[in-house]
Design a protein around this ligand. Sequence first.
Ligand SMILES: C[S@@+](CC[C@H](N)C(=O)[O-])C[C@H]1O[C@@H](n2cnc3c(N)ncnc32)[C@H](O)[C@@H]1O
Length: 221
Amino acid sequence: MGKRTLNLSDELYDYILDNSLREPPVALELREETNQMLMSAMQTPPEQGQFLAMMVELMNARQILEVGTFTGYGALWMALSLPEGGKITSLDVDEKWSAMARKYWRQAGVEEKIELIIAPASQSMRQLLNDHKANYYDIIFIDADKEGYLDYYELAIKLVRVGGLILLDNVLWGGSVINELNQGRDVRAIREVNNRVHLDDRVTMSLMPIGDGLTFAIRRK
Ligand SMILES: C[S@@+](CC[C@H](N)C(=O)[O-])C[C@H]1O[C@@H](n2cnc3c(N)ncnc32)[C@H](O)[C@@H]1O
């Protein structure tokens, strides 16, 4: 047995889903409809949706900010886990998926818990700061354009409360973070934010090989 995380074969991944996934039927329906789409790879995978919902419970979260909504799968899982009075603010720049997101949020009875803001996320996050939402969120899930990550992270540090959790998705970018021949803008942006979080003493952090790599950063001051 090695010390490192296992390489997941398709069979082992299926075993994990078969033996741990508790996906609500409405989330399955949304996932299946999204899977028909060209851009479906952007969707949060089911075991990560379930994990986000668990984070909501673990953190006793009431206020959540999601950066990157897509068809609303992650937001749906988190909303189902939020107690009465809890709220998710979800940011996306593209309106074209919002109808599908809203359809399933309504079907799940959580539409009232989710506010969708359509505008560039950096603009929306700055607006939230102007609207006195500094030190406000229990969880901030960053899952939008990678070039924006550093800016989103710095804004998230201001928006999250002390003790609150920032999650950054796709921080291994399919493994290409270690491929020096790959100097694309997305991968360079991810390397830069990974380095920033690693050296940042404002947070307690951990980079976990979940999905495409998920960094946890708890604001400590
Ligand atoms: C990986 S998907 C989000 C997946 C989603 N969290 C889920 O649970 O399925 C990334 C999303 O970020 C959005 N996006 C890209 N650039 C953005 C920007 N500048 N501001 C806000 N959202 C942006 C895209 O439109 C896309 O819907």
